[in-house]
Design a protein around this ligand. Sequence first.
Ligand code: NAP
Length: 306
Amino acid sequence: MALVLDGNRVRDQIKSELQPRIAALTAQGHRPSLAVVLVGHNAASEIYVRGKVKACHDLGICSETLTPPASISTEDLLELVGTLNARPAVDGILVQLPLPPQVDTRRVLLAVDPAKDVDGFHPCNVGRLVAGMPGPRACTPAGILELLKRHQIPIAGRRAVVVGRSDIVGKPVALLLLHEHATVTICHSKTPDLPAVCREADILVAAIGRAAMVTADYLKPGVTVIDVGMNRVDNREEAVRIFGDMPEKLASFDQRGSVLVGDVDPRAMRDIASAYTPVPGGVGPLTIAMLMANTVASAERRAGLC
Ligand code: NAP
């Protein structure tokens, strides 16, 4: 039986470890505080931001959501970020992506004070990651490392293959695995014979964005699979093809009209891997938990506690 890497349990552990740190900060008059900038009305972004604000509320972290209109210019957004940088009470700034097409996303992310960059996206913090120096790490990759470590999955000396080279998942998770002494290969859409490369992996991270693309022929028996993908499937035939003998998934599809699928074939993971993250309930819950952890760490640094 494969070990299911339980993201909900690890999220709860991380949150309960944050509580005394938040209480200590609050007791000395420095309640941690997160400012979220949500531009316009993107439905998915609104759901993500609601989750982040709720997590703050549950933990006693102060949160504030700024909602400029979708028509905002780059200059006006830069000014807004500048005011948040200057406000002493704000420990963390998160600019929810994607931004509208007229906004220069790169300039906006560069404008966030690296000391308040709780997403770990600022080039200064990416540089700290590359150099192995302390600093905020991108939340999803940091959550993946927590999942592996807290389930005692060995990393040092093992072959890790990361499929996907995005700035928010693929590249940072590859670097984090490298710092833990894995031998890391990064793959992408131009990698020839992807299944053969993936079959070398002891730890396979799939961060692609294609429903169940990674099938049985990509998996070495006993591999640990981290499935980062979150793809909504709303076609019943495709759901049947993916979930075949998993009636509870098809029942969920029939109830909601869609179902969430990772990048890895769920039946192949279940049958071939020694450990894997389910979708949902694997990597997903860790992203917000690590955002909370980055916010608390930022507050501690700014309060001079570390
Ligand atoms: P992204 O920016 O679109 O990057 C996708 C990567 O996959 C790219 O590097 C791309 O290669 C590669 N790729 C695409 N098709 C491929 C193929 N056929 N063969 C090999 N590589 C291929 O996506 P992302 O932001 O990293 O997100 C990836 C997935 O993770 C998405 O499903 C997203 O929803 C999910 N996600 C989940 C969480 C969470 O909290 N659970 C957080 C973030 C993202 P090229 O570079 O060559 O184009």
